[in-house]
Design a protein. Sequence first.
Length: 270
Amino acid sequence: MKRPGIIVSLLLFTCFTLAAASAQQRSSFPSGTIVDLSYPFDEQSVYWPTAETFKLEKDFEGTTELGYYYSAYRYAAAEHGGTHIDAPVHFAKGHNTVDAIPLDQLMGTAIVVDVSSKCANNPDYLISASDFRNWERRYGRMPNGAIVLLRTGFGQFYPDRKKYLGTDQRGAGAVASLHFPGLAPETARWLTQYRSIKAIGLDTASIDYGQSKLFESHRILFAQNIPAFENVANLDKLPPNGFFVIALPMKIKGGSGGPLRIIALLSKQK
């Protein structure tokens, strides 16, 4: 006959083993497909015509005098270019800088609103509230706190500046020749008034369309501390809903934006 102490020890051991197994299961990383939504930063990265482009310079590359390989580089770039984030302070004084955006605002459930068919023959297309309502008629009301991604189809042209921006010219004079789709200001206002979103992004160089002079969509969204992701890659690889996004920018203290590494996690198909 087993002693009571041994039985208690066995029960405790079993409980701890089950608890540990349960904790391990809960802490495992979600399974599914990871889609990289960022373009690499290099000399081809698309920047606003007036912004400094990305530069990578070599400090050292090769074998040291002690016989081991070593490489180190230095880079320089404007905040706003390539796949990047616009912090609210970019167009809203006193609002969140890039380092002050709460992390939970940069990750969560996401949706894709695909307007590529409307942009195919209209590079100046303004994404409307009707586009969102059409999406909701098909897929249901967008989740509260969603990250909204807008697919215009212009990602297929990146990094060809002429096709992607409407011009490959540089300098202030080139801004008037910019042609690419964006979010209509009235749609930005509709989103802030009637829906709850964490952030918004798209596959063009600006949340406002290329011909915008007042950048109203920026101003409306940023006044509500809603950041924007620009030059987002691979939106054609995402479903309309049912996936998650993690968007982590360079943490530039006081910055109005910065390079962004953004990924989507697609749930594993059952």
